[in-house]
Design a binder for this molecule. Structure first.
Ligand SMILES: NC(=O)c1ccc[n+]([C@@H]2O[C@H](COP(=O)([O-])OP(=O)(O)OC[C@H]3O[C@@H](n4cnc5c(N)ncnc54)[C@H](OP(=O)(O)O)[C@@H]3O)[C@@H](O)[C@H]2O)c1
Length: 324
């Protein structure tokens, strides 16, 4: 499995094309856009051999072995459904779908057709996740008690972030990362949630705080904002020390501290291209092994997080137009 087809030509599609161009054992074979001009311009910028003026034409290319879905949230369902119906394995950008209803339908379709589908929740696939879990399991910080994390990027000028009908707001764009951060480092189910959000003028969630009590007694408190710029640090505090992830999406190292702020270890992440490559490698491995899901981000976990985000939006009274 080698040939990736990218659907769409926006910001994250560019990052994927740059990443694939730097990889040895995978490459971008084709790009599909709503217009042929954009597809051709994108293909020539990134040295992609084939350019299509519609998503359907890319899906009909028999040589495309993995489709990377890089359209805005409100298009994820339609594009992924069409790709699965065309028999194409898919890596879908986060948030996987607009809600749990769409997610359950896509995962059922993937099961029925025996087609691989994964969410491009890229920190899940990085070596840092295994490293963090190993440090926790070593017992160096004692029993984990509290997980805190913040993710803030001011992306409020983007149409897709502002518009409710495009699945806008901080939660699906950024909040999904802090929820994944909690779930990546704790397997304990979430039992209780307290949350509040501030809305943008368009009605989408701009800034939010989410506090969760996990079944094992851990308290997780996370914040997300698409309307301000802050420091995106993640901390796991235990009875005898704490871990600091200098950036909870894309850490450069994990700092292990004991009481009195003594830094015991600073564990760097392995050399990498930009961290995006791991999700593509994971897809390749899973597809070659005949799996329909990535072990790093199983279907049940994608659905769990989508249900969690539905619950948060329900607490805030936010529904996307047309949602039941
Ligand atoms: N993993 C990450 O770090 C990361 C970062 C940013 C975004 N994302 C995710 O990636 C997805 C796309 O985000 P982006 O920032 O790349 O968005 P973007 O820059 O706005 O690009 C989206 C692309 O989707 C296509 N598209 C199809 N229907 C559209 C519509 N109705 N309106 C606008 N564009 C439409 C367009 O490509 P064509 O015209 O060529 O078809 C457009 O260039 C989202 O799900 C987002 O959450 C992930």
């Amino acid at each position: 499995m080698k040939n990736v087809g990218i659907i769409a030509t926006g910001h994250i599609a560019e990052k994927a094309a740059t990443t694939l161009a730097a990889m040895d054992n995978m490459e971008c074979l084709a790009v599909g856009s709503r217009t042929l001009e954009k597809a051709q311009a994108f293909a020539s910028r990134f040295g992609i051999p084939r350019a299509y003026g519609s998503y359907a034409e890319l899906l009909a290319d028999p040589d495309v072995e993995l489709v990377y879905v890089a359209v805005p949230h409100h298009m994820h369902f339609e594009v992924t459904r069409d790709a699965i119906l065309a028999g194409k394995p898919c890596l879908v950008e986060k948030s996987f779908m607009m809600n749990a209803t769409e997610t359950a339908a896509i995962l059922a379709l993937a099961r029925e057709k025996g087609v691989f589908v994964a969410e491009a929740m890229w920190p899940r696939y990085m070596p840092v996740r295994r490293m963090g879990r190993e440090v926790l399991e070593s017992g160096i910080i004692g029993e984990p008690c509290m997980i805190t994390g913040t993710i803030t990027y001011n992306v409020s000028d983007k149409e897709r972030v502002q518009k409710p009908e495009m699945g806008g707001g901080a939660l699906l764009d950024l909040g999904v990362y802090v929820l994944n951060f909690v779930r990546m480092y704790s397997d304990s189910p979430i039992e209780k949630i307290n949350t509040t959000c501030l809305r943008a003028e368009s009605g989408v969630d701009a800034t939010e705080v989410i506090t969760m009590v996990l079944a094992d007694g851990t308290l997780a408190s996370v914040q997300a904002s698409a309307w301000c710029q802050g420091e995106n640090v993640g901390v796991i505090a235990g009875t005898t020390g704490y871990l600091v992830f200098d950036d909870l999406i894309h850490p450069t190292h994990i700092r292990v501290c004991r009481k009195r702020h003594v830094v015991e270890q600073e564990i760097p992440v392995p050399p990498q291209f930009n961290g995006f490559e791991y999700q593509f490698m994971a897809c390749k491995e899973a597809i070659e092994a005949g799996q329909i899901e990535a072990p790093q981000m199983p279907h049940a976990e994608i659905l769990y997080i989508m249900h969690l985000m539905d619950r948060l939006r329900a607490e805030w009274g936010i529904r996307f137009p047309g949602e039941q």
